[in-house]
Write a protein that binds this ligand. Structure first.
Ligand code: PLP
Length: 440
């Protein structure tokens, strides 16, 4: 191991003098958990290593992409091979088509109508771009301006989607963002989640002007808040009855909740018009996508009037990482993730129960989070009403024991196929002391 020459505190002080808050994405600053961020130098499998040479079992997973574990050999090799052929061409490559074909084949549900809802895919570089473009496309296709979004859902940081957003916006307790013109914010109607009546009401009054509803397939940016049974199907029906589209944001859940994302396992089938993907689809490199029917997607330039472009779109290294990741995500990999996830969630629940700490394990497929509440939160208001003050001491105790949790109670715990018995055992061993800290 390389000699330790610095500390996390020293790196954070230096970073803060060079970058706003010392970070390039807000929740990395650890502000809400009262700790110094770990400055990482390497990662492998279920573990990450910081500048002090300390190793942690990781439950952040690069915020989702590291579903096979960090630096999976097949993914690293694919990226190295691609790099040896050139870092990017600004031209089309066969790999992009291969990735599009793979996603189109994978997002399939034989008993549904349509069985294969993605006929065309556009690759972009971030989830923010994917949702931003999906919204522009929905507006262009319907010739309407209004968007419906749910409080507590996070769809990236484009202007129109930051109102009452989850993730870092929730962690920092912001109502939205400064710098968003009121005229743009007014085009987004924010309503409570999991309440079909409110969706009906908003369409009854504004339906003729609504281009689309955008929804997290299973919300994971206010902690996990699963959709009530049939919710996605109900809002699809309402949107379609009014000539509006449903944009299903699977940036976080796509290829994680299952081979066909949350859409593939939602107990009530439904037909979204556009899907957005990110995180897992890029295997750890910057890649995201949006997809839908040919009729809709072909309204994008160069065929149609809705413009979108990107210097790095479909970058060959990112495509190679995405392809290698999706190919390795077989039934056995999902079974490993599901089993590890269940074991960790159950152990966390047992540890908190033993200390008398009110909590709920919130689950959506293999995704889970802990809410410090008596009853399961079902929307942003009930999420915010939990005893969130219990999370920072819980988080710090886990970190002290060598387990890296997401640094916010409003984030999911990301388990990977590399979380083997030893990694799960380390997490389980750390939980009783963390539960005691949460109880204090
Ligand atoms: N949509 C969802 C559901 C997300 O969870 C995120 C990021 O966490 C985004 C969109 C934005 O993706 P990105 O951070 O790649 O811009």
């Amino acid at each position: 191991m390389a000699a330790v020459t610095t500390t996390n505190d020293a790196e954070f002080a230096r970073a803060r003098a060079a970058m706003p808050g010392g970070v390039n994405s807000p929740v990395r600053a650890f502000g809400s958990v009262g700790a110094t961020p770990r400055f990482l130098v390497s990662a492998s499998g279920a573990r990450v290593t910081d500048v002090e040479g300390r190793e942690y079992v990781d439950l952040v997973g690069s915020w989702g992409p590291a579903i096979l574990g960090h630096a999976h050999p097949a993914v690293v090799k694919a990226v190295q091979d691609a790099a040896s052929r050139g870092l990017g061409f600004g031209a089309s490559t066969p790999g992009e088509t291969e990735l599009a074909e793979l996603v189109e084949a994978r997002i399939a549900r034989p008993a549904s109508e349509p069985a294969r809802p993605i006929e065309r895919l556009r690759l972009v570089s971030t989830g923010t771009e994917a949702t931003m473009t999906a919204i522009r496309l929905a507006r262009g296709a319907t010739r309407r301006d209004l968007i419906v979004k749910f409080a507590g859902h996070y769809h990236g940081h484009s202007d129109g989607l930051l109102a009452e957003a989850g993730s870092g916006v929730a962690t920092l307790a912001l109502p939205g963002s400064a710098g968003v013109p009121a005229a743009i914010a007014a085009q987004t109607l924010v309503i409570p989640y999991n309440d079909v009546d409110v969706v009906r009401e908003v369409f009854a009054t504004r339906g003729a002007d609504i281009a689309a509803i955008i929804v997290e397939a299973a919300p994971a940016n206010m902690g996990i808040v699963p959709p009530q049974r049939g919710f996605n199907a109900a809002i699809a029906r309402i949107a379609h009855a009014h000539g509006a589209l449903l944009i299903l944001d699977e940036v976080l859940t796509g290829f994680r909740a299952g081979p066909a994302g949350w859409w593939g396992i939602d107990p009530v089938p439904f037909a979204p018009d556009l899907f957005t993907f990110g995180k897992v689809i890029g295997g750890g490199l910057p890649l995201a996508a949006l997809g839908g029917s040919a009729q809709l997607m072909d309204q994008l330039a160069p065929l149609g009037p809705v413009y979108q472009a990107g210097t790095l779109s479909g970058n060959p290294l990112a495509v190679a990482a995405g392809l290698a990741t999706l190919r390795a995500l077989d039934t056995a990999a999902y079974a490993r993730i599901d089993a590890a996830s269940a074991a960790i969630a159950d152990a966390a629940a047992d540890a908190l129960t033993a200390q008398g700490v009110a909590h709920r394990v919130q689950r959506a497929g293999s995704l889970f989070s802990i809410a410090f509440a008596d009853t399961p939160p079902h929307d942003y208001e009930t999420v915010k009403a939990q005893d969130a003050f219990r999370y920072p001491p819980f988080f710090r105790a886990m970190l002290d024991a060598g387990v890296s949790l997401p640094p916010s109670v409003f984030e999911a715990w990301f388990v990977s196929a590399a979380h083997d018995d030893r990694a799960v055992g380390q997490i389980t061993d750390a939980l009783p002391a963390a539960a005691r800290a949460a109880a204090a």
